[in-house]
Design a protein around this ligand. Sequence first.
Ligand code: URA
Length: 402
Amino acid sequence: MSAFLMATWFRGLTATETLALTLAMRDSGDVLRLPDLGRPLVDKHSTGGVGDKVTLVLAPIVSALGLAMAKLSGRGLGHTGGTLDKLAAIPGYRVDLDPRQLIDQVRAVGVAVAAASQELAPADRRLYALRDATGTVNQSGLIAASIMSKKLAVETDALVLDVKVGDGAFFATRSEGEAFARAALAIGAGLGRQVRAVLTQMSRPLGKEVGNGREVAEAMDVLSGHGPRDVATVAVTLAANLVEMAGGSQAAGDGAKQAAATLGGGQAMEHFERWITAQGGQLGGLAARLRQPAQAEGRILADRSGFLASVSALKIGQAAALAGAGRSRKEDAVDPRAGITLVAELGQAVRSGETLARVHASDPDRLAQAQHLGASAFQVADGPPDDEPLLLGTLSQGGMNP
Ligand code: URA
């Protein structure tokens, strides 16, 4: 297998080869076929980012729009967070559902998000370990086969990929993100499955909160029509693509309007509450509980006056992990209260000594390390930065849209 991986790294895979590899990997484990739910079943995958709480907003939106979402998620590793760790910050939330419970819950409330079992495409885990050891992780066909083998193990009607691009993402450049997206879409086309990819910015964190419990609280702000615009924009864009693919909205832009309307109008929050309650989560005073101070609290201050020119997603992600929000080994525990709250906005004028971010850490040692690394994430310059768009384009089976 190592020789195969190295040959692949040098020579690439054709679309047919990528599809064959994907199916072999998917079929190394269980494939979940949900019975007819009376509404389209959709799924979403993010290639991973910092502050990425989009699933927590997207799932209730699509459920409010009459679609169903059954999603198997993973825990975070390194500087990017995992949806499962965020949900596990909610007291009582059960991340482990067996297939029967998953199906019953999706049928009853339209959404279930649970831990992927060891039986989900097990060949991918073995291959990934070999890729790691042979330096062949970074090959678009292998990445597409790895991600799509897991996504195709739940049979859905439409899948949207949030392909993050930037220093805090798996894909540092747009061309790497696009190569992966094209390979993933070709796999979908080969199987007659509807797949789209939305490329989104990850050179800066998404939203203002980074850290498991705080990200859930921020997602709740967005669901109630407040909260950072960037999180809402990504969630609404992904929802619109799912609605369009699932046939609920023919006119371009219609899906986005419908999705945005669920946020201020209370429907998305209502669907969030139904989902979390069905999965055992306790909602009473939840947002305030999730924002309780961590064991050690501190700040990052501007070291000069000027304009906040950049906030590195990678460094904020690494600093949040050091604070206690992330793990460097799979078996590490995470602290649901740990993380970083961004206070200053990108482009904002700041004065020397002004607070740029608050750091919430599990202990004073971690606080000091996170403050030190976190400070290097911020650049204050003489003038405001150029605007870097949040949405970098959508790739559908028909081609690329700006
Ligand atoms: N994420 C995956 O699941 N697989 C890859 O190959 C890369 C990122």
